[in-house]
Every structure is written in C-alpha cells, then in structure tokens.
Design a protein around this ligand. Structure first.
Ligand code: MF3
Ligand code: CO
Length: 256
C-alpha cells in the first residue's frame, strides 16, 4: 500500500528534508583532500542531534543484509556504489569522488538525500558521470506529477543514463518515504515491465535516487557485507532527493 500524506504531514517532511539538506551542504563544504569519511560521520551526527533529530540509518535493520547499519552516513568512495561505511582509514585524496547519503527522522517523519562530491581535481569523464547522474535525477523529479506513472520516473532515469553511455544499478532502488524510511513503492532506476506501475497521486512522496556506474551495471558486495562496489571497478555516482507529488507539480522536500 502506498501511503499518501496530508498537507500537514508534508510540512513535517519538509522540516526533515531541510535538515537533511543543511547537513549535506555542510558535509559538501567539508569534503577535501586529507579529510576522512569518519570526519564526515562525526560532523553529521553532531549536526543532526543538535537539531533535535535522530539519524535514520544508524541501527536501521536491512533485511537483505540481515543486520543493522552501524553508521549515520553512507560514504561510498570511487567504485563504491552505496552503503560504504565511514572509516578513519579512508583518507580522501584528489581525484576521488565520495557519495554521501544521509537520512534523518524529525518528529516522526523521515528525510533522505544523497550527493556525490568531487575531491580536488577529478577527470573529465568522472565529472561527466556526476553531471549525467544529477541530470537524470532532475529529469526524473520533473515526472513526479499527478497522473503520470511510476515508470515515467524509472524510464526517464534509465534513458538519460544509458543514452550517455553509462549504466544504472539494478540491485538498489529508491523508495517511498514518510513515517518510515522505506515505504512502498520501490522506485527502480530502470523499467521492468514485470514490476507494478502505479499512477502517481497527490500526497505521494518518493525518494528518487539514481545510482549510476561509469562502466557496466553489475555490482558485488565487499566482505563487510554492506559495501556495494562496481564489478568492473568503474566509478559510481549517487544523487537522491525526496519529492512530493502535489497538484502544483513536484515539490523537492530536501532542498530550499
Ligand atoms: N538512501 C539509502 C536508502 O534509502 C541508504 C539507506 S542506508 C541504510 O536505502 F543502512 F539505512 F539502509
Ligand atoms: Co534512500
């Protein structure tokens, strides 16, 4: 069942969304050579708690892994796609990219957003990967309108990514969001005709999150059982926003 939110609930989700945006902005400013992904983790945890919110990922049970995620952030570097874990040993260097994914719960409502940040000077091809992934998200956001269907979002991401020679990850998908971090429907970054294709209605809120590999779409898990990396070692990018479907069009909750 897809839970639709009232205007009052959307205002609550807006507060969560703006907090997520603020923290992600600050983390983006912090990213640079010599910074560790654990530095980002600590800064994020402090900002979230100072705002009276709760980190949504830390302690979140993920059935596919059969364990609770142990950190506030996912920090996925270079060929890491998603669920990379913050570490004091991961010192960012020029040419790296780091995907920072953050979720919070504030007054019972969730916000979730991600962005991939360049470190120092990155190659033109990696710059293009980040741009195309960001564009895919923006084009998909524009499809979050009453009367459209879920596949309009999925297909828009897939088309933009593949027409630029990159590939979408199949194993991880976006999701509905509200009083739970993960609600129905799943929001894949590709069209699979065997999936459901619900019509989008006012009050639905979707976390749209293209995960895009520069090379082939395949992923594998590291021995830590969390970190998903590209099979072919190519770089991967991840951008995510929470978007409400409203009669006035898409409302991106996770930015001003
Ligand atoms: N944005 C990702 C998602 O929605 C990150 C979740 S991390 C988790 O699935 F550990 F909490 F699952
Ligand atoms: Co998400």
């Amino acid at each position: 069942m897809i839970v639709r939110k009232t205007a009052a609930e959307l205002e609550k989700m807006r507060n969560s969304g703006l907090l997520v945006w603020k923290v992600l902005q600050e983390l983006g400013r912090m990213v640079g050579e010599g910074v560790t992904t654990l530095d980002l983790e600590h800064a994020a945890e402090k900002m979230i708690r100072d705002a009276g919110a709760r980190p949504a990922f830390k302690g979140y049970y993920v059935p596919a892994v059969g364990a609770k995620y142990p950190f506030v952030l996912c920090t996925s570097v270079n060929d890491e796609i998603v669920h990379g874990m913050p570490s004091a040993k991961r010192v960012l260097k020029s040419g790296d990219v780091v995907s920072v994914d953050i979720g919070v719960e504030l007054e019972g409502y969730y916000g979730d957003s991600a962005a991939t940040f360049p470190v120092g000077k990155i190659s033109p091809e990696v710059e293009r990967l980040l741009r195309v992934t960001r564009e895919a998200l923006e084009l998909a956001i524009d499809k979050a309108r009453p009367g459209n269907r879920l596949f309009d979002i999925c297909g828009t991401v897939q088309r933009h990514v593949e027409s630029n020679g990159f590939s979408v990850v199949r194993e991880y998908v976006g999701h509905g969001i509200g009083t739970q971090l993960h609600e129905e429907p799943q929001v894949p970054n590709y069209v699979d005709r065997s999936n459901e294709n619900p019509r989008l209605k006012e009050g639905m809120v979707l976390a749209i999150e293209p995960m895009v590999n520069a090379g082939k779409p395949g992923s594998r898990l590291l021995p830590d059982r969390w970190t998903a990396v590209t099979k072919d070692g190519s770089y991967s990018a991840h951008f995510e926003h929470c978007v409400a479907v409203t009669s006035n069009g898409p409302w991106v909750l996770t930015r001003p």
